[in-house]
Design a protein around this ligand. Sequence first.
Ligand code: ZN
Length: 413
Amino acid sequence: MPIILLLILLAIYAALVMACNPHPAERTVSWEEAGLRVDIAYPGGNAIVEAISGDEIRVRQDQRDTDQWWFHWSFQVHGAAGRTLHCRFSDGKPVGVRGPALSLDQGRTWQWLEQQAGDQSNAFVFRCPDDIDTVRFAMGIPHQQTDWQALLARHAGHPALVSGVLCHSRQGRPVEQAQIGRNGPAAPWCLLVTARHHCCEAMAGYVLEGLLAAALAADDHGRWWQEQVDLLAVPFVDKDGVEEGDQGKGRRPRDHGRDYLGESLYPETAAIRQRVPDWLAGRPVIVLDLHCPWIAGDYNQHIYQVGAEDPVNAAQQVRLGTILEASVTGPLPYRAGNDLPFGTSWNTDSNYSGGCGIRRWANTLPECRLATTIEIPYADAQGVALSPDAARHFGTDLAQALQRYMRETDLPA
Ligand SMILES: [Zn+2]
């Protein structure tokens, strides 16, 4: 074989390996000026700092491979003690309706700055306490792999919980899954719950946590779940995006949320499509996919289901919505009348032209009784602030509603 042909073949092979196994581009993760150092060198970090001058930081979110304007960002500032930081964004208004989320303990706990006048904006001001050197800011409250590990630690040794790995991501990360229940074909119902098909939509992760905690609880409700339901949870469908701090929404050439058509591009979606039919083994299933919507405005500051185009499935969503509205005991409101029927607002055929989501795919499974998407706002639900605890409580409410839905569904003998 001529050497030139061999070299060409090697180059093609290398390009194919890169395409199948892309690693993040080398990016700047730290900027220093005027006694301040800004960095994104932690899981979920995302920012490009354009200038630091005095106490002012000019910054923008890093869109990476997203094909549309999006608003996820997260950075931390060192050397901030006693200083009044002025942070200004140069690419649109990616600061949400309650201002940035901020953490004074390297991301362990978060609060909202609550500085906005109820609208998104492109800037915020924060006076850092004298005894705090580092402050972390983010568009929303993050939910990372470490949060999932903390959840597993809280339930360590629970006999009904089996945590494992669904598959490995393109970058080689383990993609977590958890099963709750008897973990055998004996449970009459199955529930598949997924989050982070769009990796930036972190608040959904706390709802998932609340749902799982309810299913593991040592009370009558928890015992019912553990007896009656085989629950499979995938908390980070776009695992690389979650840890890399990508936008994820609108990822080119299509994102994880549209990857259920033809051959899947991503190992996570391929694994879900391959494993779920075997796991069901003919048992009825509810598929619940958790998301967060746009940053602010109509349909972005209340919790809602995204209505399915299939009228049979849509009727089941209405049924769940009615039950869920009656089941809410926590601070986050849900009104069934706020659900978004198919054919209205953004929920039309044109929104799904780039592929197929898990809800539509799941609805093609013969075992599917209900496939639904729930949108959880980033920061504000009808005037109530989102927080990890509030979202977890909504997850508990959701577990109650799903339980009632299943109990009131007649299954063939
Ligand atoms: Zn989404």
